[in-house]
Design a protein around this ligand. Structure first.
Ligand code: 13P
Ligand code: SF4
Length: 306
């Protein structure tokens, strides 16, 4: 019976080949999962990848909205969420009816949603964005009246960087990134005066304004790898600090706050992935055909504009 991490990984690799499975992992997953994944990336890269996967089954190691995005883009595939309890609390913050009400009040309103939203909510949105594609997509939109949901912090970042649009925001956000404070940021900078500060736009504006670079998970990783600097304070999930330190042993990476740990992303274990490969674990994503058709439109528009 498999019992060490290496043995479980070996068994996953065997089963994945035997059962024609592709494993996608968000970069916040633990190292042991990243090592057995076919593709690792941020939300945008995962959605683009989901379109081109040729395997019969896709296991998504991340949170629910990511697995639902894969299903929307590849409806003919069996898509399995690695652990049925892995959800993103931000994705659940607004109801479809609330947004429909606002759209009815202003027929010109273009609703731009962060990909961290439920499939049901996406049915009433016009275009979807991720943290890496948000500025580019909102800038390209012809529409002037924009409602960005649900993240007020990413929304504020967009508002501050995209001109000539009337951008309205609602009070949603990521409970993990939003808890980092400005005073923690100033302390981290004081402790590491030579380090560059790289921050995810889900952090509050008081933190973002001190950043040397603001970007998605992959954006932060690419920036740190390409930079000539030796030290970095990382303002996103702890997994990124660990991965960067692992991949760039000659540089030093410090967490902006030890509190930036997403429990939902960490819910998936290697054994969950093993059980998914055996067909006994996770949750097979089932979405109603008409909901899928409506929700897919805003994802397609994201890929087209991104
Ligand atoms: P990315 O778009 O950077 O992958 O972010 C997803 C996410 O959930 C960040 O908290
Ligand atoms: Fe959701 Fe925040 Fe976790 Fe990302 S880090 S999955 S936005 S709760």
């Amino acid at each position: 019976m498999a019992n060490t991490i290496a043995e479980v990984q070996k068994e996953i690799l065997r089963l994945k080949k035997e059962n024609d499975i592709c494993i996608l992992a968000h970069s916040y997953q633990g190292r042991e999962i990243i090592e057995i994944a076919d593709f690792v990336g941020d939300s945008y890269a995962l959605s683009v990848k989901a379109k081109s996967v040729t395997n019969k089954t896709v296991i998504m190691c991340g949170v629910r909205f990511m697995a639902e995005t894969v299903k929307l883009l590849s409806p003919e595939k069996t898509v399995v969420l690695s652990n049925k309890n892995a959800g993103c609390p931000m994705a659940e913050q607004f109801e479809k009816d609330e947004i429909e009400y606002l759209k009815n009040k202003n027929k010109n309103l273009c609703v731009v949603c962060y990909i961290n939203t439920t499939t049901e909510l996406k049915t009433v949105c016009d275009v979807c964005v991720t943290s890496s594609s948000a500025l580019k997509i909102v800038d390209k939109l012809e529409e002037k009246d924009i409602l960005f949901i649900p993240d007020i912090n990413l929304g504020t970042y967009i508002k501050n960087n995209v001109k000539d649009k009337n951008i309205q925001l609602l009070h949603g956000g990521c409970p993990v990134h939003a808890c980092v404070t400005e005073s923690e940021t100033l302390k981290a900078k004081e402790a590491h005066p030579n380090a560059l500060l790289l921050v995810h736009p889900e952090c509050v504006p008081e933190v973002v304004k001190h950043a040397d670079y603001v970007g998605s998970t992959s954006g932060i990783m690419d920036y740190a790898k390409a930079s000539d600097a030796d030290e970095f304070i990382i303002g996103t999930e702890q997994a990124i600090v660990e991965t960067l330190q692992f991949e760039c042993p000659d540089k030093s990476f410090y967490p902006l706050s030890v509190n930036i740990t997403c429990r939902n992303m960490k819910t998936t274990t290697l054994v969950d992935v093993l059980n998914c490969c055996k067909g006994t674990g996770g949750e097979v994503i089932e979405l109603e055909a008409d909901i899928m058709e409506k929700a897919k439109k805003c994802i397609d528009r994201m890929i087209e504009l991104g």
